[in-house]
Design a protein around this ligand. Structure first.
Ligand code: FPP
Length: 243
């Protein structure tokens, strides 16, 4: 049966998620090592976070390292891990002072203790902030997240805290890394690839997608504003028929 759905497109997306792709190609085009591109990419993250309030974007989620990225060379993986540690050390104060609340999603088990400690500290430091909610996906994979959630849910059932009869989409969502976040309204992927690559699989069931040709290190606040602005022209119905 047709269901009336209220959509508030004029407001723009509240939650934007980004697959930051193209760092490697950006560096290679300049004859530089791939890590040079990742460093340039990290600088863009800050610019885009800063651009969020003016666009009415309250939640920004970025894909920094996937569960599949471990397959890259040891040099690149180690360089990225070092970059994440340095990023947190260098940016913490500024993020805190500019009202950004930082969260990390993904499986921390495989990350080194030094990095995990820095992640915990930054989450704690910024936990009182509410201007922009920045979520960094680190060792994150959508299937891995749903699998970990299912495991925890199964444990609750096995230990008698839940009945299998209680299991529905809402219950499972509570076990996801993203349980405190709204679903993304808009997912942007840079660098011309039109794939989801295991990013927020469950949460993006009704998200709009924008695939942009620009390589991530070239993705400016102006382009972000344009892409976010174009979202207002869309008509999301969440599977229902607009009447
Ligand atoms: C994909 O580009 C990018 C990554 C795997 C790493 C993303 C990391 C950053 C943008 C920097 C750090 C971020 C934070 C939050 C500190 P690619 O290497 O796959 O590019 P390619 O497709 O051109 O090879």
């Amino acid at each position: 049966m047709a269901k009336e759905v209220q959509t508030d497109q004029a407001k723009g997306p509240e939650h934007v998620a980004i697959i930051m792709d193209g760092n490697g190609r950006w560096a290679q085009m300049r004859g530089r090592p791939r890590l040079f591109g990742h460093h340039a990419g990290a600088r863009r993250v800050r610019e885009i976070v800063e651009a969020c309030p003016a666009q009415g974007v309250k939640y920004l989620t970025v894909f920094a390292f996937s569960t599949e990225n471990w397959k890259r060379t040891q040099t690149e993986v180690a360089g990225l891990m070092k970059l994440f540690r340095r990023y947190i050390l260098r940016e913490s104060r500024d993020l805190y002072e500019s009202g950004v609340r930082v969260r990390f999603i993904g499986d921390r088990v495989r990350l080194d203790d030094k990095l995990v400690n820095l992640m915990d500290e930054l989450e704690l430091l910024t936990s009182g902030n509410d201007r922009v909610h920045l979520t960094i996906a680190l060792n994150y994979g959508g299937r891995d997240e749903v699998t970990r959630a299912a495991k925890r849910l199964a444990y609750e059932i096995e230990t008698g805290k839940l009945s299998y009869k209680d299991v529905d989409a809402e219950t499972l969502s509570r076990f996801l890394d993203t349980h405190v976040l709204p679903d993304p309204d808009l997912v942007i992927r840079t660098s011309g690839e039109a794939r989801i690559s295991n990013f927020l699989l469950w949460q993006s069931a009704y998200s709009e997608y924008e695939f942009i040709d620009t390589l991530w290190p070239d993705f400016t606040a102006e382009e972000f504003a344009r892409v976010v602005g174009s979202y207002g022209a869309r008509d999301r119905r969440f599977g229902a028929v607009k009447v």
